[in-house]
Design a protein around this ligand. Sequence first.
Ligand code: UD2
Length: 302
Amino acid sequence: RRFVAFLVQKPVLFRMLYEKPRALNPTRTDVVMMTPWLAPIVWNGTYNIDILNAQFHQRGVRIGLAMFAIKKYVVFLKNFIETAEKFFMVGHKVNYYILTDRVEEVHQYNFTLGEGRQLFTLQSPTYKRWQDICFRRMEMIRNYTRDRFINEVDYLAVADIDMQFSDDVGVESLSELFGTIHPGFYNAPRQRFTYERRPQSRAYIPYDEGDFYYAAGYFGGTTEEIYKLTNYCHNGIMADREKNIEALWHEESHLNKYFIYYKPTKLLSPEYLWDNRMGIPGFLKRRRFVAVPKNHNEIRNK
Ligand code: UD2
């Protein structure tokens, strides 16, 4: 069907005016813009969003944003969606996928969505321990990607829900496989990364390996890549369970393991996942997606 569409589609050519790139003038000199495997690291000031929007519109790209609202975490939903409507992939086709054990409660919200944007509430099992909810996110995303997302969207982003958008998160962030540099570790030496260090765990990473510490609070890619990633992580989590071992940072530990051997094709700077408790360092020109303060004792296991 896509092939036929390609044949009948008339090529759209547009004239765009913008300042030409200059080979000897890097757009930022205070941050690293490329990994050693040549994946761009996205910072404000390093890209032209008009060019990128035109490219993604030309392809008619569909973007999914999946988030979990299990048990008490439903309280974060309203603000999350309202801020996403202002800042997330504005002007593109967006499907929100809310995975929840409280479908009725979620249905009571009446979100007004922009053109081309839809919201789906998907049933998710619940788990007693908050740690299991985090672990099982990989399995749930894998299953829904295989059964549904793969037919509905081209890219899928997976986000924590106790967050809000406060600046643009657009198509500049999309790539085959993308991960976000954790705001707590962007400048930390490897030894300080909170990787899983016990060799018995499938998430094990020795002290002399690792590029970055990635946050599980925002990652994504094409649906094919997300299937592979979540399948790998879920299998690792299940293998650990057999051995009665839980990785230090749950599914985040497995995600970090995956990203060492299947390196992301694009990295998002901490602009894409920030926590205001960390202040605002000079290099941080925008805070696009920020943590909403929460009282862990009040919200977890409730
Ligand atoms: C960190 C990670 C998170 C995950 C977690 C695992 C970041 C920014 N966050 O966040 O991605 O790896 O550690 O320990 O890197 N949830 C529910 N109901 C619950 C519990 C969790 O829906 O009862 C969902 C919800 O979408 C939440 C997410 O799971 O945003 C992660 O849980 P968290 O926010 O409590 O974990 P946190 O803040 O320690």
